[in-house]
Write a new protein. Structure first.
Length: 137
């Protein structure tokens, strides 16, 4: 079970992380893309980066094309890009996406205390009770 979880996490790292860091270096502002566009661009750029890392590791002088050197190369490349993205202000985009995601999740949740009877939900107006000040005249 843990092996499968490790494969999923390493697959996510290889499929998204290098492209995400590269997109944050190239386009450091949140207004450049929304979250879904940035995710799609990250997957595409990650495929390119992963192929480039594999080609470099498989050169005849290196002969290092195996899982450990490949993921080490992905982490080193992503770490270097994260440092560059930090200085360009691109890592603030991730926190902005995180805050907007948390805000939308909070809006989607409806607390149980705020739920009223069905008549209030349909917009019907309840007659007000008379107050003692405006009693019988």
């Amino acid at each position: 079970m843990i092996d499968k979880l490790g494969y999923v996490l390493l697959g996510f790292v290889a499929l998204v992380l290098p492209g995400l860091m590269l997109s944050l270096v190239i386009y450091p502002k949140k207004e450049s893309f929304d979250a879904w566009q940035r995710l799609a661009i990250s997957v595409g750029l990650s495929a390119l980066v992963d192929v480039y890392i594999a080609v470099v590791l498989s050169w005849p002088g290196f002969k290092l094309l195996a899982a450990v050197p490949f993921f080490a190369g992905v982490f080193v490349f992503s770490g270097a890009l994260a440092i560059v993205a930090y200085f360009r202000g691109g890592l603030q985009v991730i926190s902005a996406y995180k805050n907007s995601l948390i805000g939308s999740l909070r809006k989607a949740r409806v607390p149980a205390q705020e739920q009223g009877p069905p008549a209030e939900k349909l917009g019907e107006i309840k007659p007000e009770k008379e107050s003692p000040e405006h009693g019988d005249k």
